[in-house]
Each structure stands twice: as C-alpha cells, then as structure tokens.
Ligand binder design. Structure first.
Ligand SMILES: [Zn+2]
Length: 423
C-alpha cells in the first residue's frame, strides 16, 4: 500500500526554545539545527525574528548554514514582523514565512481588542504581504480550537485566496480532545482546495498533544508541528519522537511515512538536553532513560528469551545503544548470570547461587547494582580473584567477606550495557 508522506515541521528552536529553562544562544541553536538536519526533519522553524536580536541572528545563521530543510521564521500579522522575518530568512536555500493571528473571540476581545471583521482583513492583508516576499507562506489562526468554526472557515478561505499554501491549525491551549480535533481537521480538509496542506500544532496541557496530532493526521493533516522531547510553552508541544515512532510501530493504523531517520531520535534528544540542561523525565516515551529499561525479574527473563516479549521497538531503532537490564532486587538469576557473562565471568550453578544470594542483599541496600559493584561482589565472594576460572569451587573455603565493604548508595544512574562492557 502506498503510504502518504507527512511533513515534519520541527519547532524545537522556536516554540520549544520559548519554554522556561530551554533557551539557547546562537551557537547552540546552530548545533541543534545541524542535528535536526541529520534527523531528517522537513522544516526547521528557527525562531521569531522580531522577538529579539538574538532570535533574528539565530534564524539568519541557521538559514545560512543548514541548506536541506526549509527554514521557517515566525511573524505576527503585521508588516514589521513580516519584513523582519523575511530579512532573517532570505539567505536560506528554501524559506517559509509563518504568519499567525488569533481568531478566537476570547483572544480578539481581551488580547487584540479587534473585531472579527478586522481580524479577517488583517489576516488576509498580512498573508498577501508575506506572499509578495516569499512563495511559501503558512498561516496559523491562533487558538483555532476555541474559535467559532464558521468564522475559522472564513479566515482560512481568505488567507488561501491571499496566497497561503499551508494552513496550520493550532490547539494553542491544549484544550481539544482527539476525536473533536480530528473532526475539525476533517471539516477543514473538505472546505479547502486539495493543493493546500493542512498542518497541526498541538499543546500538551492535558497530555493529549501526540494523540491530537495523530487524530489530525488520520483526518487529513499532512504536516505535523512538533518538538524534540516535546518541549514547548507550558506543558509542551507534541513530541516529535513519539509521533514518528507511533506511525512506525503501527503502520496498520497509521500508514504514513516521514523523512525522519529514527536512529537519530535519541542522539537529538541527548543533544537538546545537553544544550539546555533540561533533562528528560526518566519514564518519557522513546527518549527517557527508562524507556527501554527492564528491572522486574519476569520481564528480564522474558527479554533474554526474546525481546519481543516486552519490547514493541528495539532501542537500536531509535538510536539508544542497547536496552538496559537494570540490576536491582527484582532481578532474577538469569539476568544476573547474563550480566556476569558479559563481564567475562562464568559460574556453575552452585557459584551462581552464592553470587545471587549476596547480590540480593546488596541490591536491597543500594537499589541499582552497577557493574563495579558486581565486580567487587564477585571478587569478595571469590576471596580476591577477579577472573574466576569456571569449574568447581569449594565455597566453604571461600566463605566470609560479609557486606561490610558494601558501598553506600552513591549513584543510581544506570549506564547503557554497551557503555559498561569493558570486560
Ligand atoms: Zn505553540
């Protein structure tokens, strides 16, 4: 079956960077932009040029240095904003001006203090101006999901006439529900010409940004706006890695393709965390450090027999070096034996019994048993010989070495198995 192509519009450098604790300087933005290029995104929204000198410089630098993806710059529906965006973008190999204007009554009345009629005219005039500078113009009716539908359709029709080729429908405040958002996208799809791309931009205030984005895709959206690690205003934006992998793991439900190189997902997440210092929550899907960790004994046992028992995708497929069998007190003997083997130790059943008994005592004290703990434990159990020859050992002679040496719990950071394989 032919799969429809979804355009991935990355806004980590704009919406993401706007979020508290995620600001980056020009050099940092450039490094991330190069990584987004390797990741294979179709568009990079590099900033909001009128917002600050730094934003302008970053958009200009990204436009000059990153030549494959389309570079987008954000502008409010005003001539100064659009002119400034164009100045920053014009050096790009391919550029897009992204114009936005709120359309919900609550924003028109309290924030912009303009009538619907004025909003309609301003949207049309600003898109017309952007189109005179740049062939590729996107329009976003901010707070679309709380906008009167008939008025929203009128605005969209007007901006298409004025030259917009992408209509981005933002759930600015993360208010929409998946079925509802899907219906909205479907009703827009019916009303606008085929050659106009419908886009989605969902916020995560109710934890539904990814679900809403997928519902929009199923309803006919062909561009998705998203960010690495789901960073963005308030509770964040739709997570790029989750949308991409949902489509990749479930093509039976979501028969769509993207240009994303999935193996670059984890490296992109890591780079973003390094640059901003904003760490990813451990249980975050795809990129959290526990996303591929298995600690419960029955899970570890299943994983060792066949990873398909507990993994719907491999860690390698998203660029995580290897899945991590975390050794803790819930781990079973099989996982312990496997880890020892990776470290170069082999034990017969009796030896393993003793190692396991001591391992459980240790794990009870320090939660996560690291490789160096295990090595030390083996040494003490064996009475000092690090490399234990396989064969029968008289444990009554070895005996002793009770856990007085057990280190205090110092770190619970769990390394990738591949990184600790120094044996
Ligand atoms: Zn946003």
């Amino acid at each position: 079956m032919e799969r429809a192509r979804i355009t991935v519009f990355d806004t980590t450098l704009r919406d993401g960077e706007q979020s508290p604790g995620c600001s980056m300087n020009v050099q940092e933005k450039l490094r991330l932009a190069h990584q987004l290029d390797r990741l294979g995104v179709d568009l990079i929204e590099a900033g909001f040029p009128i917002a600050s000198e730094g934003d302008f410089a970053a958009v200009q630098a990204v436009a000059a240095a990153v030549r494959r993806p389309i570079i987008a710059g954000l502008a409010r529906a005003s001539s100064q904003d659009i002119e400034r965006a164009w100045q920053a973008l014009k050096g790009a190999a391919r550029s897009r001006i992204h114009v936005f204007l709120a359309t919900s009554d609550i924003h028109l009345h309290y924030k912009l203090k303009i009538s619907r009629q004025k909003c309609l005219e301003q949207a049309r005039d600003s898109v017309r101006m952007a189109k005179s500078l740049c062939a590729d113009v996107e329009f976003s009716p901010e707070d679309a999901t709380r906008t009167d539908h008939e008025f929203l359709f009128q605005v969209l029709e007007a901006v298409v006439e004025a030259g917009a080729t992408t209509l981005n429908i933002p759930d600015t405040v993360g208010y929409s529900m998946p079925e509802e958002f899907g219906e909205l996208i479907r009703s827009i799809r019916k009303r606008v010409p085929e050659n106009i791309t419908i886009s989605t931009h969902c916020h995560n205030d109710l934890g539904l940004a990814v679900a809403n984005s997928l519902a929009a895709i199923a309803a006919g959206a062909r561009q998705v706006e998203c960010t690495v690690n789901g960073i963005g205003e308030r509770a964040g934006n739709a997570s790029l890695e989750e949308i991409v992998m949902a489509m990749r793991v479930r093509p039976d439900r979501y028969p769509y393709e993207t240009g994303v190189v999935a193996e670059q997902l984890f490296p992109s997440s890591q780079l973003l965390s390094d640059l901003t210092g904003a760490t990813v929550q451990p249980n975050k899907a795809i990129t959290g450090r526990n996303a591929f960790a298995h600690e419960a004994g029955i899970h570890q046992d299943g994983m060792l027999k066949n990873p398909l028992t507990y993994e719907i995708m491999t860690p390698q497929s998203v660029g995580v070096p290897d899945s991590r069998l975390v050794l803790g007190k819930h781990s079973g003997r099989h996982a312990l034996a496997m880890r020892c083997e990776q470290m170069g130790f082999q034990f017969d059943r009796r030896e393993l019994d003793e190692i396991y008994r001591r391992f459980v005592m240790l794990a009870d004290k320090i939660k996560h048993v690291e490789e160096h703990h295990l090595r030390e434990l083996i040494q003490h159990t064996r009475g000092g010989s690090a490399r234990i020859p396989s064969g029968n050992v008289d444990w009554s002679v070895v005996g002793g070495a009770e856990p007085s040496y057990f280190p205090q719990a110092s770190t619970t950071f769990r390394r990738h198995r591949a990184q600790c394989g120094d044996a």
